[in-house]
Design a protein around this ligand. Structure first.
Ligand SMILES: CC(C)(COP(=O)(O)OP(=O)(O)OC[C@H]1O[C@@H](n2cnc3c(N)ncnc32)[C@H](O)[C@@H]1OP(=O)(O)O)[C@@H](O)C(=O)NCCC(=O)NCCS
Length: 202
């Protein structure tokens, strides 16, 4: 039985292990959460620091902060929005819950763990009276198609169901909708540094 809760300092070692299991090379090791970043997530915005638990063991996690988002100016990088991963950019007076990561241990995938984490985020949007949940999402299946199509065309094909993407497809199935592509969002080999902005509104 999968459940979602906010995490505590006792959970930090398990959270760091989830990172190592979920983002193997060539994903840059410098982008895995450090202990200092996880501590900062819990300290700055504990409501957004969530983990999924299955049979008492942590099998996934996600981090979010509140920002003010202007749909007329959607372009930004992961480092800008996340305060280099420390969420020092958290703005309690903002209007958007912004997800800066989600990770599910490989052996727990395909069983609705990510969906449960997204549902918990949507519940938080409702509880805090925010306008939306937003995430800049890796398009991690893009590199294999990058000589044949632009990232925009790839994103359109995934959104239409003509292609499947390991990150975007689960998000679509969890109720998120694409709302713009960002080039140079994050150094990520698989995504050719691109991300698709994905939004959910109550
Ligand atoms: C992306 C990720 C979080 C998905 O987690 P998950 O727990 O396996 O996802 P879910 O089980 O909730 O999947 C929801 C739906 O998407 C589908 N799905 C999951 N992975 C999929 C994939 N690789 N390709 C196609 N569909 C997929 C599921 O079958 C399910 O569909 P259903 O409703 O028809 O049953 C997980 O694969 C992961 O941790 N990846 C590595 C880290 C990463 O890239 N994170 C995102 C950027 S920070």
């Amino acid at each position: 039985m999968i459940s979602v809760r906010t995490y505590t300092p006792d959970d930090y070692p398990a959270l760091l292990a989830v990172q190592r299991a979920c983002f193997p090379p060539p994903f840059p090791e410098s982008l895995l959460w450090s202990l200092a970043q996880v501590e900062s997530h819990h300290r700055v915005f504990p409501d957004g620091a969530m983990c999924a638990v299955d049979d008492g063991a942590i099998c996934g996690s996600s981090t979010a902060l509140i920002v003010r988002f202007d749909p007329a100016h959607p372009q930004h990088t992961w480092a800008e929005v996340s305060g280099d991963g420390f969420i020092t950019t958290h703005d309690p007076a903002g209007d958007t819950l912004y997800g800066i990561d989600i990770a599910v241990r490989p052996e727990a995938r395909g069983r609705g763990v990510a969906r449960a984490l997204y549902q918990a985020r949507y519940a938080l949007v409702r509880r805090l009276g925010l306008k939306r949940f937003l995430a800049g999402s890796r398009i991690s299946g893009y590199r294999a198609h990058s000589t044949a199509m632009s990232p925009e065309d790839y994103a359109t094909a995934v959104a239409a169901g003509r292609l499947s993407d390991p990150v975007i497809t689960p998000q679509l199935k969890s109720g998120l909708k694409p709302c713009g592509l960002v080039r140079g969002y994050l150094p990520d080999h698989d995504s050719c540094d691109c991300a698709l902005l994905m939004a959910w509104e109550p």
